[in-house]
Ligand binder design. Structure first.
Ligand code: NAP
Length: 252
């Protein structure tokens, strides 16, 4: 499959790592649709137009789609919209995610459920909806954004760690199921990346994080997007079921 003609869906693509992934994939794709929960009706087109301007390629089709990734029906609607607008789908990046940090002693049931639904059930929802068209064309690239916290745990993030460890297990199981159909499934596990999600960290928390990062800096959204781009490219045709950490050497 020619890289230039690929069609991609990125969940949570309007900001942070998701937006960097949309921009990275733009050089390989004829069209991209990204979903986001916060759009009010006509805001979505504006966001898509702004990202298209930043990309600077008038030929690429960029669409924004309002959807709650944790809802099964919204995921189906996202895949249907991508097929209608882009003519098909070759790449799915399950990126949307949230944190609701708390020590287990204080964590409420809804904090646990929300994180599992947005971070893990969303991956099931979108993968389930996309595999039929991908199997029919015998080609697909699925990349799930996990986290190093899903590999090593983190105090105050039992909900988040469970969701991301779940994403890693789901990635490996579906990679085994789909390999013979021309579909690869991989996970990228970012360490600490400069986005709205980590903007809440204070100086003291940042300093203590850097102690454990051999490269002595937080990552950028682009650091993650480049690895996602590789996994979606023909260079990664023989790579499936892998978890690639992008963390400045934090976990090894
Ligand atoms: P972010 O800046 O907070 O952006 C999250 C994106 O997900 C936003 O576009 C948001 O949409 C979307 N989203 C959240 N809930 C949604 C829902 N229910 N339905 C649809 N979209 C939803 O986060 P980020 O830092 O870029 O993180 C992206 C991914 O990387 C997440 O899976 C996160 O767990 C993972 N990750 C991040 C880090 C890090 O250090 N930043 C580290 C490891 C892993 P709205 O704009 O509409 O709210």
């Amino acid at each position: 499959m020619s890289n230039k003609s690929m069609r991609a869906i990125v969940t949570g693509g309007s900001r942070g790592i998701g937006k960097a992934i949309v921009k990275e994939l733009a050089s390989r794709c004829s069209g991209i649709l990204f979903s986001d929960i916060a759009f009010v009706d006509d805001d979505s087109n504006k966001t898509a137009e702004e990202i298209k301007k930043e990309i600077g390629n008038p030929d690429i089709n960029i669409y924004a789609f309002k959807a709650d990734v944790s809802k099964f029906e919204d995921a189906q609607a996202t895949i249907d919209a991508a097929i209608e607008k882009l003519g098909g789908v070759d790449i799915l990046v399950n990126n949307a995610g949230i944190t609701r940090d708390n020590l287990l002693l204080r964590m409420g049931e809804s904090e646990f459920d929300q994180v599992i639904n947005v971070n893990l059930k969303s991956v099931f929802n979108h993968t389930k909806a996309v595999i039929k068209p991908m199997m029919a064309q015998r080609y697909g690239r699925i990349v799930n954004i996990a986290s190093v916290v899903g590999l090593i745990g983190n105090a105050g993030q039992s909900n988040y760690a469970a969701s991301k460890a779940g994403v890693i297990g789901f990635t490996k199981a579906t990679a085994k199921e789909l390999a013979s159909r021309g579909i690869t499934v991989n996970a990228v596990a970012p360490g600490f990346i400069e986005t709205d999600m980590t903007a809440k960290l204070n100086e003291k928390q940042r300093e203590s994080l850097l102690v454990n990062i051999p490269m002595k800096r937080l990552g950028s959204p682009e650091d993650v997007a480049k690895v996602v781009g590789f996994l979606c490219s023909n260079e990664a045709d023989y790579v499936t079921g892998q978890v690639i950490a992008v963390d400045g050497g934090m976990v090894m």
